[in-house]
Design a protein around this ligand. Structure first.
Ligand code: BG6
Length: 496
């Protein structure tokens, strides 16, 4: 098999949904025009409502336009769309699977894909288990080529439900056939964390509790809950962002260098970090975690409503739209170094950044005790800017012995990329080539839920009496600042 131009059929369950339209169709198209898909591919859109192939292809074209993909040549788009087929489907009905199987067999012939099949579950999670079981029982996983299951989050809503789901899908697919998506792992600069750490002799020797005082990870959004209240009310920011994206970034920042850059090696180092995360007892949650919910406010000069006024939310909702937390990693490298995380909706800016704050010099001649410290700081800009900034001190010009702060900047957006590939494009390509490194292994999912469960249980038991507790357009509740202040730190501003 030519691994660079993989052949496969891709079945997308939930093909009329938001994810398929906004992310998957544009990503498949970019792979196609980028020459990364051979002509041997077919996409079968599966969803409940009836639709013809032509109608589906029109939807796909519209999705490309929505994604602002320049359509320079209609003929290319038409050629692309000829690979798309639609199959109306009832998740629980055997016949639906059997007719889908027939379609797969005939497209397998037509596009000569050698029996390779990707089943992409881009739909309501309550059906994940049923679909996986039926794919097996109705023979769709019985194929001459390879088969892979791509599964979106949420992967359960706590430890027991994740385990239950995992058992169901493991019955039909082996662990190495399961690709659990965490789209943060497809982001250019998240992938860059490993390179910055392990390809620079400058950083890696300092990457430990001797030299780093604390690490801060912020992922803030300006958008509110939008039309996702029915999902979000049950999830909240802790399950929506922390259990997956934030903990994945912690794992990448904290892991030991893998012995090789291979899937198993990288994953097992991440698993070790998650295993070393200090579990928070249900009674201690308030010492380590802060929750918030947005109120009315102003974002970019526009007035916005509070979370409890959004469509589909409860007037007394206890759902958190903001989380800040302090994580401790009990291992030799990180003992005593807090990893602070915060994420929320309706905050000041859309930004994801990692700040690594270094310790002071043992005796700092230029910043005597009692004066303002100016520690070295390394900032990894994940989005919307992509790059790194190193903050150092230098002498101010002239006769004084004063110092000035200096920023050394590398901007990935301007140097490296006309267009860095979208996370989904990269992840789909990885899946097509059978590279699971940037997908989450079950062990990572299981450990993340174990860490999260005591926090969510504590919050479910104790209603937040102060909700809503931050204005839209702010950086979250004041308790989030206090979380760092009590350790003698502060959140570095996002424009740092
Ligand atoms: C998703 C969450 O996983 O990540 C959303 O479900 C959130 O609530 C989104 O908005 C943030 O992703 P990004 O790539 O925009 O930072």
């Amino acid at each position: 098999m030519n691994i660079e131009n993989p052949k496969s059929l891709i079945v997308i369950f939930g093909a009329t949904g938001d994810l398929a339209n906004r992310k998957l169709f544009p990503s498949i198209y970019r792979l196609f025009i980028g020459g990364k898909l051979s002509k041997h591919f077919g996409v079968i859109g599966v969803a409940r409502r009836p639709k013809t192939n032509d109608e589906f292809r029109t939807n796909v074209k519209e999705a490309l336009q929505e994604a602002s993909i320049p359509v320079s040549d209609e003929a290319i788009i038409d050629e692309f769309c000829r690979h798309f087929f639609y199959h109306p489907f009832d998740v629980t009905n055997k016949d639906s699977y059997q007719s889908l199987n027939q379609l797969l067999s005939s497209l397998d012939e037509q596009f000569q894909v050698g029996g390779n099949r990707i089943f992409y579950l881009a739909m309501a999670p309550e059906f994940f288990g049923t679909i996986a079981s039926k794919l097996k029982s109705e023979g769709l996983t019985d194929t001459a080529g390879w088969k892979r299951l791509v599964i979106e989050k949420p992967f359960g809503h706590n430890s027991p439900s994740a385990e239950e789901l995992n058992e169901k899908i493991r019955d039909a697919f082996s662990e190495d056939e399961i690709y659990r998506i965490d789209h943060y792992l497809g982001k250019e600069m998240v992938q860059n964390i490993e390179v910055i750490r392990f390809a620079n002799a400058l950083f890696e020797p300092l990457w430990n509790n001797r030299y780093i005082s604390n690490i801060q990870i912020t992922s803030s959004e300006t958008l509110g809950v939008g039309d996702r209240a029915s999902y979000y009310e049950k999830s909240g920011a802790l399950r929506d962002m922390v259990q997956n994206h934030m903990l994945q970034m912690v794992a990448l920042l904290a892991m030991e260098p893998p012995s090789r850059l291979q899937t198993e090696e990288v994953r097992s180092e991440k698993v070790k970090v998650l295993r070393s995360l200090r579990r928070i007892h249900i009674d201690e949650v308030d010492d380590y975690f802060v929750r918030g919910q947005y109120d009315r406010g102003t974002i970019n000069g526009k007035e916005t409503i509070g979370y409890r006024e959004e469509n589909g939310t409860e007037p007394e909702s206890n759902t958190e739209t903001f989380v800040a937390g302090k994580l401790l990693i009990d291992n030799f490298r990180w003992a005593g170094v807090p990893f602070y995380i915060r994420t929320g909706k309706r905050m000041t800016v859309k930004s994801t950044k990692i700040v690594i704050e270094f310790k002071d010099m043992p005796m700092n001649l230029y910043f005597p005790a009692g004066e303002e410290r100016r520690p070295n700081v390394l900032v990894i800009h994940i989005q919307p800017d992509e790059g790194i900034t190193l903050h150092i001190n230098a002498k101010s010009s002239g006769p004084s012995s004063g110092t000035i702060p200096i920023k050394m900047d590398y901007s990935n957006n301007s140097v490296n990329s006309m267009n860095t590939p979208e996370a989904y494009e990269r992840l789909l390509y990885d899946c097509l080539r059978g590279d699971a490194t940037n997908f989450t292994h079950w062990d990572e999912v299981a450990l993340s839920w174990k860490f999260i469960d005591s926090i969510s249980e504590a919050w479910a038991m104790r209603k937040a009496n102060d909700f809503p507790n931050y204005a839209a357009g702010s950086m979250g509740p004041t308790q989030s600042d206090m979380l760092l202040e009590k350790d003698g730190f502060h959140w570095w501003p996002l424009d740092h």
